[in-house]
Design a protein around this ligand. Structure first.
Ligand code: S3P
Length: 168
């Protein structure tokens, strides 16, 4: 496959684990934008947010999207905010198929209830914060996506469904 597969969706939808299953099943290389940023910066995402703020992180994220848009035949697992910015959609969408991994809010809340690694969710009222962000973002993901896959399944099943749909 010469096109890229670009995974998007809300925090906790499974982009990283589905990406890993996709990599195994397809033999394509996988690059996770957050992991890439953490490696190149030598800091965790939380540390980057804490030290330099969200705007700085978004600029790093955009640079990675631009860099990865030069590659073909890879799986790109994006951070949950990446494809809510038009500048990232602009550079990535033309390189392949954008896949939204769609998981209901209630399932995401359950999956993320003990999470401490997402700075945007470290709020006194986490459920409210998630709801507001989810409602704001879902229309953006949907407009960026070429295909929408039900993510409320095992990561392996989601990966197989993506491969099936992306072929068509
Ligand atoms: C973010 C999602 C995170 C990470 C950062 C910001 C977001 O990635 O990029 O904490 O804005 O939704 P995951 O979607 O992999 O959690």
């Amino acid at each position: 496959m010469t096109k890229n597969l670009i995974l998007c969706g809300f925090m906790g939808c499974g982009k990283t684990t589905v990406g890993e299953n996709l990599r195994k099943k397809s033999g394509m290389n996988l690059i996770d934008t957050d992991t890439y940023i953490e490696k190149t910066q030598g800091m965790t995402i939380s540390e980057i947010f804490e030290k330099y703020g969200e705007d700085y992180f978004r600029d790093l994220e955009h640079e990675v999207c631009k860099e990865l848009s030069q590659k073909r035949g890879i799986i790109i697992s994006t951070g949950g905010g990446a494809l809510t910015f038009q500048r990232n959609v602009d550079v990535l969408k033309s390189t392949g198929t954008v896949v939204l991994i769609d998981v209901p809010l209630e399932v995401l809340k359950e999956r993320l209830k003990n999470d401490t690694t997402r700075p945007l969710l470290q709020q006194p009222n986490k459920d409210e914060a998630m709801k507001a962000l989810y409602e704001k973002r879902m229309p953006l993901y949907k407009s960026a996506a070429d295909i929408v896959i039900d993510g409320n399944n095992s990561p392996l099943q989601v990966a197989l469904n993506i491969l099936n749909s992306a072929k068509n």
